[in-house]
Design a binder for this molecule. Structure first.
Ligand code: ASP
Length: 395
């Protein structure tokens, strides 16, 4: 059921100077201490039911105003009118999943997660700083996260109900609307690279199951046996899910089982790209495909509007075509990115369904969710760099 929710909004722009791979830990450990005060903006939305307090936290990194000159880069982003706000040189946002970290997780685990986010964010930021395309940056960033067993993507993917790790991923180029995806793949070490190959080397957008794995084998991408993906943490989560199912106590997903990864970026050429990768939901039915590999649901990019990557209960994101809906609102109703995201996470999706990260053609980043937390990070060409697990200023 799609319900209405009226939530609490907050904005924050709280990033540090540029970290390097060597000092990245410094920037994530107790980082609030060395971040200058920020112009956090919080709106309280009215609720028709004061007893029900939906959670909605919104992080907006409004980096547009007068910080960068687009003419440094030989013209604005495609589709940017001459009198539009100036755009940033580049911007990138990542997520490591809504509900990826339980509110009850130890400080140590939370810190580990922040460090992993910061490492991944630095990968994409460095590429964009060096002039790489948004497409290359989101692919490399997501591939980096797929290699880290902490995240529910690639190596750390969750188990399906038959004990397999079945991987979904997609990527989209906002300049051309080219897109590629793999679904229910069992063998790619990096599903996001397979998605990119589908985009570049086939006439299709998505390959699934056996066909996807055959293609991956033929395309020369690295393939691994299922053992590679079978981590103890995910196996235990699957066992717990099976036990819950058998005892019929609850069908709820445990808090820590999500953890899909995604990245969105604007590059120096003004191009946008988005990428998303996941193992899906723990104990999902064999063959189930979520929103992450579906263009328009979990991933979307269009230079005329924005790039979006989603995380959450995939079926809801598919039914509401969430990633495309955000872009479409900007295109059809002239909504700002922030307004388009607010519409989705307050009026379209029920509370607790998930979140999304997005960047528009000017480099404005919005990271919005209606779950207790969403692991995420953002960086841009002004040197701002930050990672977050919860709401505004909670880190
Ligand atoms: N959206 C993913 C799926 O439904 C799960 C997640 O974001 O963690 O497959």
């Amino acid at each position: 059921m799609v319900g209405q929710s009226h939530g609490r909004h907050g904005g924050i722009a709280s990033l540090t100077t540029i970290p390097t791979p060597d000092n990245v830990a410094l920037y994530t450990r107790g980082w609030m201490a060395h971040i200058p005060p920020v112009s956090a903006k919080r709106h309280i939305f009215g609720s028709r039911n004061p007893m029900k307090k939906p959670i909605l936290r919104l992080t907006v990194i409004a980096l547009v105003a007068m910080t960068t000159s687009a003419c440094l880069h030989g013209g604005g982003a495609p589709g940017v009118e001459p009198d539009s706000p100036k755009r940033l040189d580049y911007a990138i946002a990542i997520h490591g999943g809504a509900r990826a970290v339980s509110p009850n997780a130890s400080e140590e685990f939370q810190e580990t997660y922040r460090e992993a986010l910061a490492e991944a964010l630095a990968v994409g930021r460095d590429l964009l700083e060096g002039g790489a395309s948004a497409l290359d940056a989101v692919e490399a960033t997501v591939a980096h996260m797929e290699d880290n067993p902490l995240f529910n993507a690639g190596r750390g993917g969750v188990f399906s109900n038959v004990g397999l790790v079945e991987l979904d991923a997609s990527i989209m180029d906002g300049a051309t609307l080219d897109a590629g995806a793999v679904a229910s793949a069992l063998t790619p070490k990096n599903p996001i690279k397979a998605a990119r190959k589908v985009m570049t080397d086939t006439r299709h957008v998505m390959l699934s199951g056996i066909g996807a794995d055959e293609f991956i084998g033929n395309s020369g991408l690295e393939q691994v046996a299922q053992d590679y993906f079978h981590t103890e943490r995910r196996r235990n989560a699957w066992q717990r899910a099976l036990e819950r199912e058998q005892s019929s106590l609850t069908t709820d997903q445990p808090d820590v089982d999500w953890g899909t990864v995604g990245a969105v970026a604007l590059d120096r050429q003004g191009n946008l790209a988005a990428a998303t990768s996941t193992g899906g939901l723990t104990n999902k039915m064999h063959g189930r495909i979520g929103d992450s590999p579906i263009i328009g649901a979990g991933t979307y990019a269009n230079n005329a509007t924005c790039a979006v990557s989603c995380t959450g209960q995939g079926e809801l994101f598919i039914r509401n075509a969430v990633a495309h809906r955000i872009s479409a609102r900007m295109e059809y109703t002239n909504d700002s990115l922030q307004d388009a995201m607010t519409d989705v996470f307050t009026r379209t999706l029920p509370e607790g369904s998930g979140g999304a990260i997005a960047v528009d053609r000017y480099g404005t980043i919005v990271m919005d969710f209606n779950t207790p937390g969403m692991s995420r990070g953002a960086a841009d060409s002004t040197g701002r760099f930050g990672v977050f697990l919860w709401g505004d200023g909670e880190e």
